[in-house]
Unconditional design. Sequence first.
Length: 76
Amino acid sequence: MIAPSGKILLDLSGVTFMSSAGLRTMVVIYRQVAGNKGKIGLTGLSEDVEDTMAATGFLRFFSVFETAEAAMEGLK
């Protein structure tokens, strides 16, 4: 659960592959956060994961940042 107007930063630097199950999980997270007027930031995307999320259209739901520090600043 996320508090109203809450912010979540997901560091995906350890994720090298994202299956359809992973994409579904990302949609569930997005819906919960967006439903509470929150924001989600992603950092540490590998090229393969970013390509997968871009090709499926999922990337448009998230703000992507190069570093955790940039994400924390960008999600303010």
